[in-house]
Design a protein around this ligand. Structure first.
Ligand SMILES: NC(=O)C1=CN([C@@H]2O[C@H](COP(=O)(O)OP(=O)(O)OC[C@H]3O[C@@H](n4cnc5c(N)ncnc54)[C@H](O)[C@@H]3O)[C@@H](O)[C@H]2O)C=CC1
Ligand SMILES: O=C(O)[C@@H]1CCC=N1
Length: 267
């Protein structure tokens, strides 16, 4: 494997790094550039990877993964711009930042792929969507797919859809965690211990997700199969509708999309 450089070893960077190592990438083939020395030391101790300077990383790696916060991409690019050449591939996971932002700052012809992965990469169940920038060719998309497929599913979509993707699957795990957290609280309200409530809800979430994926059945049909006439589920569904949960989700995901657009314009 060609050497790969990871810029930013935070939550998402670590999720990708852990997946690459599980998939068999050698520690010597990955270098990490991390602003926090404490964080860098942790990544070295857990994954065996070397933490190096940006200059050393660019000198050795063919693929550069940018996993710093959108707010930090500009400063990082100031450092990288004089170092990166057109035979290198830049893979950005930064929410909202368009490929053209990179293209305008890097040497002419550098291929950039924008990716929106998610943290289930930690358990090889990520959803990653990749989009090609102006100079990215089929071989670059294939390289990004090879990089991401060991940690989950990968789809190609036009970059114009990446802000919506960010709101749906990039942030998506957080909505499910929020829902599970609230359902566990409901268990507490009903007098069930936190440990038992968590077990019941997490297994139900896993079962529901597996049914959605493996049966290919529409969620409405799956919900109807749980909803017995005059039974318990419809009593709950009435409350969810009364409290506007569906429309709250529409508003929430639209707000996330808008924030992704905004992040792309701020920096
Ligand atoms: N957390 C998530 O679920 C997802 C995050 N993303 C994107 O991934 C990126 C990282 O997000 P998180 O991991 O959540 O943030 P984070 O704050 O946990 O990690 C960012 C890391 O980058 C380091 N850093 C900052 N500037 C640096 C520089 N110039 N050189 C080297 N390291 C530097 C920080 O020390 C930190 O460890 C963001 O752009 C975010 O939009 C994308 C998909 C999902
Ligand atoms: O909250 C965020 O901005 C990042 C991008 C998608 C998920 N987490």
């Amino acid at each position: 494997m060609d050497t790969l450089a990871l810029f930013g070893g935070g939550k998402l960077g670590e999720a990708l790094l852990s997946g690459l190592r599980r998939a068999g990438a050698a520690a010597e083939d990955i270098v990490v550039v991390e602003r926090s020395s404490e964080r860098g030391a942790f990544l070295t101790s857990r994954y065996g990877v070397r933490v190096v300077s940006a200059a050393e990383a660019v000198a050795h790696a063919r693929t550069l993964i940018v996993a710093v916060k959108p707010q930090d991409v500009g400063t990082l690019l100031d450092a990288l711009a004089p170092l990166v050449s057109a035979d290198q591939l830049v893979v950005s996971v930064a929410a909202g930042i368009p490929t053209k932002y990179y293209e305008q700052r890097l040497a002419d012809g550098v291929a950039v792929i924008r990716v929106m992965p998610n943290t289930p990469a930690l358990v090889d169940e990520a959803m990653s969507v990749i989009s090609a920038g102006a100079h990215a060719e089929e071989k670059h998309l294939a390289a990004a797919e090879a990089l991401l497929s060991p940690v989950g599913k990968v789809r190609r979509l036009p970059e114009s859809q990446q802000d919506a993707v960010t709101a749906l699957s990039g942030s998506g795990p957080a909505y499910f965690f929020f829902l599970v957290e609230a359902m566990i609280d409901a268990g507490i309200l009903l007098g069930i211990s936190r440990e038992v409530a968590a077990d019941l809800i997490v297994q139900s979430a896993l079962g529901a997700a597996t049914m959605l994926r493996d049966t290919g059945t529409h969620p409405v049909q799956l919900r109807e199969a749980v909803t017995s006439p005059g039974g318990t589920t419809i009593a709950a569904i009435r409350e969810l509708e009364r409290h506007g949960v569906r429309s709250a989700l529409l508003d929430a995901i639209e707000a996330a999309r808008d924030r992704s657009v905004e992040l792309g314009k701020l920096y």
